[in-house]
Every structure is written in C-alpha cells, then in structure tokens.
Design a binder for this molecule. Structure first.
Ligand SMILES: C[S@@+](CC[C@H](N)C(=O)[O-])C[C@H]1O[C@@H](n2cnc3c(N)ncnc32)[C@H](O)[C@@H]1O
Length: 245
C-alpha cells in the first residue's frame, strides 16, 4: 500500500475532511486524493495543466483546492488565520524539503493543528541506500552528485532523523514509527488527548540525533525508527477508522 492508497482509505472510511500536503510538486498524490478540503504548499508547483484538468473532471471537488506557493515555514508563520478557520487538520503528508530540520518543523507545526484522532504521514523515512539518504540542506547539486557513490536520482535525505527525534522526545504523547513501504512512510499519531503542547525544537536533542548516520540507523531500524512491516498500514487504518464514522 502506498501513501495515496493509505490516505484515501482513511478519508473513505471516516468523516475526515481536511487534508494538507507539504511538498506537492506535480500533484501526483495531491490531485487523486478525495477529501472535502485540500491544501497544498510548495515554493514551486509543477502541476501540468493536463493533469489538473484530468483530476478536475474525475473529482470536481478539486476546484476548491487551496494552493500556497511558499515554503512550509512561511506557510505556518503567515497562514495562522487560514488554518484556524479550517478547524483542524485530519491528515497531513509531509513531503517537502527532505532534510532533518525542515521535515521536523513541518511535523511540529502540523501537530499544533492536528485532529487528536488524525494522522501525519512523512514520506521517504526509510531510504533504500546510503546515496538516497545523503544528508544535505537542499536537493544535492550536480557537483555533489558526482561524488555520491551509487546515486540513482532518488533523494530521501535524512528525514528519518525526524522519526528518531519524535520517538525520543514524545514517548507518552505520540505514536511514531515507519511503515516499510513506498520509501518508508513515517507515521505520527497522538496517543490520547495530546497533553504536550510545546512543539518547539529541542536543540540539544536535535544536535545529538543529527550526529547519527544512515549506517547507524540501518544497524537496527526497528530500534531506531520503529520500523514496521508493510501490513502495519492496515493496523493504522483500523485504529483510526474504528473510532470514527
Ligand atoms: C518529492 S516532491 C513532492 C512529491 C509529492 N508529494 C508527490 O507525492 O507526488 C518535494 C517537493 O517539495 C517542495 N519543497 C521544497 N522545499 C520546500 C519547502 N521548504 N516547503 C514546502 N515544499 C518544499 C519541492 O518544490 C518539491 O516540489
């Protein structure tokens, strides 16, 4: 099951209405998802007009989509009123800039608005090899790529470190792990009523986790990122849907 199927299954089986996608690019996952209110954030949308039209015909509610062409940090800083009026976020897909700090900020900012029964998914949390896990602030430059052994044009970066951070920082508040499918789908779910409300980055813990390497994580993915087999997606779906609709 990939990210689109997992997200769609939950929207179909619940009364969830609000979807946020951080990092939308060509709209491959954003446009097919059927949800009442969809919001996309990306500093550079590249949605081909034909795809936009195709999905408008297939799923007319796409006409109501809101697109914010800006970086996610700006979006959360500037769009507080928009988010407040939405009421809550039911499902968030974090798939923007694939570095530790940005992906962590995207999750922490989303948590401030998350439905207590909702879900944050993070794409690219289990890179297939060290080249894909290359830690870099931005998509590696051509110059950098020349020196990355085994580069196959797949960049997951070190988003996986955000999973380590969330597991360590919020053991009583959040259920966090990675489903071994679709380059690793990180999941973040509030455990019960979310008591923790301080979602600023703990720089000491951040610096500690930032020292970890891909090889460190791969020695024990179960222990470091709570890696779950692909079938865990079904468990997440039933957990969320059993309390809804
Ligand atoms: C891997 S693509 C997203 C793919 C899309 N979610 C899908 O499943 O088809 C990553 C996107 O993140 C965007 N991005 C880069 N920096 C960002 C930022 N600071 N905030 C939000 N999006 C960002 C890029 O422009 C790019 O379009």
């Amino acid at each position: 099951m990939n990210r689109i199927q997992l997200i769609q299954e939950i929207f179909s089986k619940t009364d969830f209405t609000n979807y946020l996608e951080i990092g939308c690019q060509k709209g491959k996952s954003f446009l097919p998802i059927k949800a009442k209110n969809k919001t996309a954030v990306d500093p550079l949308f590249k949605i081909p007009i034909r795809r936009r039209l195709k999905w408008l015909i297939k799923w007319p509610s796409n006409r109501k989509n809101r697109y914010f062409q800006e970086e996610s940090d700006n979006f959360f800083a500037k769009r507080k009123e928009y988010l407040r009026q939405l009421g809550h976020l039911d499902i968030v897909l974090v798939d923007g800039l694939h570095n530790f700090r940005t992906s962590l900020n995207d999750v922490l900012n989303s948590l401030n608005y998350l439905n207590p029964k909702g879900l944050i998914l993070m794409h690219d949390c289990y890179p297939p090899n060290a080249a894909a896990a290359y830690p870099s602030e931005f998509f590696p430059s051509d110059e950098e790529i020349k020196n990355i052994e085994g580069w196959a044009d797949e960049w997951c970066g070190d988003v996986w470190k955000s999973v380590v951070y969330l597991i360590r920082k919020y053991p009583d508040t959040l259920e966090v792990g990675v489903i071994n499918t679709d380059y690793g789908l990180g999941f973040v779910m509030p455990k019960s009523a979310m008591k923790e409300r301080d979602f600023r980055i703990d720089e000491k813990l951040f610096a500690e986790i930032d020292k970890l390497t891909y090889e460190d994580m791969m020695k024990d993915p179960k222990g470091t990122i709570n890696l779950k087999e692909a079938g865990h997606a079904e468990k997440i779906i039933s957990k969320i849907t059993s309390g809804s609709k």
